[in-house]
Design a protein around this ligand. Structure first.
Ligand code: MLT
Length: 315
């Protein structure tokens, strides 16, 4: 007797290249913007679930699966939106797409760094509002300035390479990064306190874990150089957002450029999002055509491999 095809629920938009790979092997149900209740109802009929960062795969989801769910695929790197303990308890593998969006995230970090330093977003809004404010939007240069990369993994290293091309001195903090990898691209690894106190610019690239949650808080901001500029394309939760507003208001932080937020989307009227010295984008780090295709293929291969029993958890 032929075995029934597995069913894969794709709960957030996935590039066609990945969908095609999934469809060659399974029945694919693309249902976006599901409420938690709808997700919990559907999940009992699914062998695999694929999400990006917008879907919270909570304990309730695993409990509703009735033991059928075998793999959760995260179309991206960060797996902080998946309850890993609940997955393990329910015998469910969690796989991700660890490499395909590295360059996109690094490029977005550099795009935010450069547009922040030259007030591109603010000047664009001002000119479109009919103003011509050349004196207001005087920026700062990168040459000779120090950039601290916080989290020297794949994305952090690529940002470092690009920042060297802008003429910056690059230092990094990462308790797990090998010194030889840093030295190979001319980056000095330093302590957390040294990095934040020396830097003119700080770029965040660490995962959100209990250890990094609100790592950038009032104490950290008070140890930074006055006038520091911060870019975050990692996770909103690594910053205490109320503390960042205080640091912006006091001038410790001159500017921030943020792609990620504690709550996504952030509350309407958020003081941080609307702050005049803050540039924001809606979690676009991985959003290039190339990265989305790559991520979709990478996660689809991992999910199919896991369903075939060929793969252990990668995440
Ligand atoms: C990631 O973790 O890879 C990024 O946040 C990508 C995304 O979900 O858009």
């Amino acid at each position: 007797m032929m075995e029934a095809k597995p069913t894969i629920l794709v709960a957030e938009k996935l590039d066609e290249a990945g969908l095609q790979l999934l469809k060659n092997f399974a029945n694919v149900d693309c249902s976006y913007n599901l409420s938690l209740e709808e997700l919990c109802t559907k999940i009992s009929l699914c062998d695999a679930l694929i999400v990006r960062s917008g879907t919270k795969v909570t304990r309730e989801v695993f409990e509703s699966s009735g033991g059928r769910l075998k793999v959760v695929g995260r179309a991206g790197v960060g797996i902080d939106n998946v309850d890993l303990s609940a997955a393990t308890e329910h015998g469910c593998l969690v796989v991700n797409a660890p490499t395909a969006n590295t360059i996109a995230a690094a490029e977005h970090g550099v795009a935010l760094l450069t547009s922040m330093a030259r007030n591109i977003a603010q000047a664009d809004a001002s000119l479109k509002a009919g103003k011509w404010q050349r004196n207001k939007y005087v920026g700062v240069s990168f040459v000779g300035k120090t950039l601290a990369i916080m989290g020297f993994g794949k994305v952090g290293s690529e940002v470092a390479r690009r920042a060297k091309g802008l003429g910056m001195r690059v230092i990094a903090h990462d308790p797990y990064a090998p010194t030889d990898r840093a030295l190979a691209i001319g980056v000095e690894l330093v302590s957390f306190d040294a990095a934040i106190s020396i830097a003119d610019f700080i770029s965040l690239h660490m995962p959100l874990t209990p250890a990094t949650l609100k790592m950038f808080n009032d104490v950290a901001f008070s140890n930074m150089k006055k006038g520091v500029r911060i870019v975050n394309v990692a996770r909103g939760g690594v910053i205490d957002e109320e503390a960042l507003v205080r640091a912006l208001d006091s001038g410790i932080v001159a500017q921030a450029a943020l792609d990620v937020f504690t709550e996504e989307p952030p509350q309407k009227g958020s003081k941080l999002v609307n702050h005049e010295n803050v540039t924001v984008t809606p979690h676009l780090g991985a959003s290039t055509a190339e990265a989305q295709e790559g991520v979709a293929i990478e996660v689809a291969e991992a999910v199919v491999g896991a369903l075939k029993g060929e793969l252990a958890a990668t995440a």
